[in-house]
Design a protein around this ligand. Structure first.
Ligand code: FES
Length: 105
């Protein structure tokens, strides 16, 4: 799988990840800016906020209630396509596009 991260300033970083890893883990492992992930993926920080591009919306299950609740506490206000990237697990061969917010804290 590959993930394209587009930063607030338009800079795109494309990395190859592993099936089963999250979009957050893939960013952290590769030093992609724009994702902080203070809690390490335990759904308790909301600093892994991303905007999931329309072409990637169908690649992941809908968010659970806890993720939805946590999205109310993001540094940049949530949008309809907001997700917490630690909850987005990559499948084989997917090509994912996300945008990262201006700040996570
Ligand atoms: Fe903390 Fe995703 S890494 S909620």
């Amino acid at each position: 799988p590959t993930v394209s991260y587009v930063a607030f300033d338009g800079t795109e970083t494309i990395v190859t990840g592993f099936a089963g890893d999250s979009v957050m883990e893939t960013a952290v492992r590769n030093g992609v800016p724009g994702i902080v992930a203070e809690c390490g993926g335990s759904l308790s920080c909301a600093t892994c906020h991303v905007f999931l591009c329309a072409d990637s919306a169908g690649l992941f299950p809908p968010k659970l209630d806890l993720e939805d609740d946590m999205l109310d506490g993001t540094a940049v206000d949530r949008e309809d396509n907001s997700r917490l990237s630690c909850q987005l697990k990559l499948s084989d061969d997917v090509s994912v596009h996300v945008q990262t917010p201006e700040t996570q804290v």
